[in-house]
Design a protein around this ligand. Structure first.
Ligand code: AMP
Ligand code: GLY
Length: 434
């Protein structure tokens, strides 16, 4: 390889903006491209006008333009097999092949895998038809959790408090097809209680490294109320698990999963995201994702004290250094990300509102990641439900939190709303058993 390496980030949201920034900061000075990217990253990367779901076009472009590395952001291209298409073209990719990505694209696959490996996860049943689902629901213990098997853009989980709610979900998903194919098979599981945490793991098929644990805030409302969203904010390192507990959990869960996928002939190379519930009796796996979280990436990446580019490339190539297996990617400080959403989100968002406050420089340590933002002439306007992620990095969590909210107060658009309790001290769920 001569000159700077060339890298493509696939996707166009806040997570991908954070990925572009992290790679831009690499001492290797990679030439960066983003497909399709967003207008906030234009000073850091060249945008390529191909949608993230056009996997054939992306693979052909990456080969033609001699990419040294492709980093896949969103779930859809991963599930569609972008990594398989890139492998066929001989382009290194941080992201699992389609069969390995079933850990995210099929909840039934994941629950059965966890069960087979004896790993902790909520007790569950699978329903292939509405009548089967109704039999399970009848007389079950409530609250009961209903999950669509397939990808559902954050809308595929309902925590039903009563039987009527569970029936209504079965009717909507299985009979009316509200989630398309994704909702035709259901996982029905026990509700778990505790503190949630996201563990992001960089895996090369066999070896793995950990990013600091992050805490996402998924509900729209303060105090974790209202419907689930893609994520209204996050912070890292999480208050729980501690760094040592994080390693213990990863050793217990990641090694067997990587081994099983290797034995299936589909080694997992990419980011393995463990969504955990830290319950009074120990950690339990709520979900697995086959990519960075959004907004977890926005708080984890700014903490890194070592260059992610060579680590990403090594994971893509199955060659993470043996001595780094089971260690943390070096990091320091704390970060808090507050997501600014439009009126209507997580339902139908109102878009086209002018965003003010973005043109003045922000203080050191503040990063503004664009998600649902478009340019209209000289102005920025809203174009999606989650508009911006405002992230502050500081030495302590408390300072990062103050700095993030101070930066938020400089931005406004009609209908802007955000949670004021991101990274606030919450009641911890008793003592933690790891
Ligand atoms: P998932 O897509 O499976 O992570 O579900 C989205 C969110 O629903 C999780 O982050 C939790 O907040 C909640 N959730 C999912 N499964 C359960 C469960 N078994 N018990 C309690 N909450 C759950
Ligand atoms: N923030 C949760 C996710 O990316 O799935």
């Amino acid at each position: 390889m001569t000159g700077s390496p060339r890298a493509l980030v696939v996707g166009g949201g806040g997570r991908e903006h954070a990925l572009v920034r992290a790679l831009h900061d690499s001492p290797l000075h990679p030439e960066l491209y983003a497909a399709p990217g967003n207008p906030g990253m234009e000073s850091l990367a060249v945008r390529v006008p191909i949608a993230a779901s056009e996997i054939g076009a992306i693979a052909a472009w990456a080969k033609r333009e001699r990419m040294d590395l492709v980093v896949v952001g969103p779930d859809l291209p991963v599930a569609l097999g972008l990594a398989d298409a890139l492998h066929a073209e001989g382009v290194p990719v941080l992201g699992p092949v389609r069969d390995a990505a079933r850990v995210e694209s099929s909840k039934v696959f994941t629950k059965r895998l966890l069960q087979k490996l004896g790993l902790p996860t909520a007790a569950f049943r699978v329903a292939h038809s509405a009548s089967e689902a109704r039999r399970i629901i009848l007389g079950a213990r409530y609250p009961l959790v209903l999950k669509a098997d397939g990808l559902a853009a954050g809308k595929g989980v309902v925590i039903a408090r009563r039987e009527e709610e569970a029936h209504a979900t079965v009717e909507a998903w299985m009979e009316r097809g509200a989630l398309g194919e994704a909702g035709k098979i259901l996982v029905i599981e026990d509700r778990l209680e505790g503190e949630e945490a996201s563990l992001l793991v960089l895996a090369d098929g066999e070896r793995w490294m950990l990013f600091p644990a992050a805490r996402d805030h998924k509900r729209i409302g303060e105090g974790d109320t209202g419907p689930n969203t893609g994520g209204m904010g996050a912070y890292a390192p999480a208050r729980a698990p501690t760094p040592d507990q994080g390693l213990t959990i990863a050793r217990a869960i990641v090694d067997p999963i990587l081994r099983a996928l290797r034995e299936d002939g589909t080694p997992y190379r990419g980011i393995l995201y463990l969504g955990l519930m830290l319950t009074a009796t120990g950690p339990s796996v709520l979900e697995i994702n086959a990519r960075f979280g959004d907004p977890e990436a926005q708080v984890v990446l700014p903490l890194l004290e070592e260059d992610p580019y060579p680590l990403f490339l090594a994971a893509a190539g199955g060659s993470l250094p043996g001595e780094r297996h089971g260690t943390y990617v070096r990091h320091a400080g704390s970060a808090v990300c507050v997501v600014l959403a439009t009126q209507g989100y997580p339902g139908a968002p109102k878009t086209g509102q002018v965003i003010e406050g973005l043109n003045r420089p922000f203080p050191h340590g503040i990063r503004i990641d664009f998600a649902g933002v478009d340019r209209r002439g000289p102005r920025w306007v809203t174009s999606g439900g989650r508009v911006l992620g405002v992230t502050a990095r500081a030495e302590t969590l408390e300072r990062a939190r103050e700095a993030a909210y101070a930066a938020v107060s400089r931005i406004r658009f009609d209908g802007m709303h955000y949670r004021r309790d991101i990274a606030a001290t919450t009641l911890q769920s008793g003592s933690l058993t790891i």
